[in-house]
Design a protein around this ligand. Structure first.
Ligand code: F6P
Length: 360
């Protein structure tokens, strides 16, 4: 393989630039390859928006959040929106990708993305494109890897937010509710709640009973603890209830976040306990900023690992972390079941043993 393409797809995550940098450096230095970067995810592959990436292009990007290539949740080549008359219809434009790849003499493409982008990568692979995947998402919800890059940074940001909420909660004797991201998975909520010393952690995997949450807050008052911290995953739902607002709209969550589950929990807690309550929706702060050292290293290992796979001719696979090692799995496995918090797993048990209320 002499000429390779690379793209970043789906929501951004801290560490994307670290992967791009590692891909470029490894491909050029180790294998003498030429690297072309496609802009804005699969959109660049479809619209032929591409530029060569040299080592000069990746100078200084290791600690930078975002992606120098741009990204988008849209532009699925197998379900691409076009306007016909007054109507928007979805068509398969994947042939354009094969044309563009052949125009540039690209032999293989590295897709850096979450479940959505990797599923598209798999479909393209099945159609004949040589693809290698790199697992990205702050949600950490891919089952084929022990950890995605981006998660550690989001977790660190959420933990810092909880630390800050503690001091203001303590001063005002308030209940503070922090809503964090994670889509259908509670990894960010559970891990940041543990790291930040939350009193209540609500995750999608364990439907909550708001009366039990209120009891926990009241019990803390009786123990002379004058404030409480509740961390709520955006996908959390009450027993028998539905996700409040974060329903899937086409390929992404509803971007109009009109008061998510955090607001609902805060209002209910205030009315059930009579305690002054405030809510913070951490939102896209969790996706921004500089990656942690852990994410920089993981992203770098993934980038180098992906190029190694291409050089070995191992296509249709995704790099992953298993224990301490970088390994690889078939793309089909990578986009299988989402990796949710195991409700009887060790982290949940630890939380319970500490007396953290999980709402059940
Ligand atoms: O998958 C990453 C993620 O940040 C989720 O945690 C969140 O639900 C979603 O993306 C937000 O998407 P958008 O940036 O399109 O609002």
């Amino acid at each position: 393989v002499r000429r390779i393409g690379v793209l970043t797809g789906g929501g951004d995550a801290p560490g994307l630039n670290a992967v791009i940098r590692a891909v470029v450096k490894t491909a050029i230095r180790e294998y003498g390859m030429t690297v072309l970067g496609f802009e804005n995810g699969f959109g660049g592959l479809i619209k032929n928006q591409v530029r060569e990436l040299t080592e000069n292009n990746v100078v200084g990007i290791l600690p930078r959040g975002g992606t120098i290539l741009g990204t988008t949740n849209r532009d699925n080549p197998f379900h691409y929106p076009v306007v016909r008359g007054n109507e928007k219809v979805f068509v398969d434009v994947s042939d354009r990708i094969f044309e563009n790849v052949s125009i540039h003499g690209i032999e293989a493409v590295i897709v850096i993305g979450g479940d959505g982008s990797l599923a598209i990568g798999k479909e393209l692979y099945d159609k004949g494109l040589k693809v290698v995947g790199v697992p990205k998402t702050i949600d950490n919800d891919l089952s084929a890897t022990d950890q995605t890059f981006g998660f550690d940074t989001a977790l660190t940001t959420a933990t810092e937010a909880i630390d800050k909420l503690h001091t203001t909660a303590e001063s005002h004797h308030r209940v503070m509710v922090l809503e964090v991201m994670g889509r259908y998975a509670g990894w960010i909520a559970l891990a940041s709640g543990l790291a930040g010393g939350a009193d209540v952690i609500l995750v999608p995997e364990i439907p909550y009973n708001i009366d039990i949450v209120a009891e926990k807050i009241n019990a803390r008052s009786q123990e002379k603890k004058k404030f409480s911290i509740i961390v709520v995953a955006e996908g959390a739902k009450s027993i028998g209830g539905e996700m409040v607002v974060n329903k899937r709209v086409e390929d992404s969550f509803d971007p109009v976040r009109l008061g998510g589950v955090g607001n609902v929990v805060a209002q209910q807690v205030e009315s059930l306990t009579g305690k002054e309550t405030r809510v913070t929706v951490l939102g896209h702060l969790q996706r921004g900023g500089s990656p942690t050292a852990f994410d920089r290293i993981l992203a770098t290992r993934y980038g180098t690992g992906a190029v190694n796979l291409l050089a070995e001719g191992k296509f249709g696979r995704m790099v992953c972390l298993k224990g301490q090692n970088i390994e690889d799995v078939p793309l089909g496995e990578a986009i299988g079941e989402l990796h949710n918090v195991p409700i009887n797993g060790e982290l949940v048990k630890v939380a319970r043993q500490l007396g953290i209320c999980l709402g059940d």
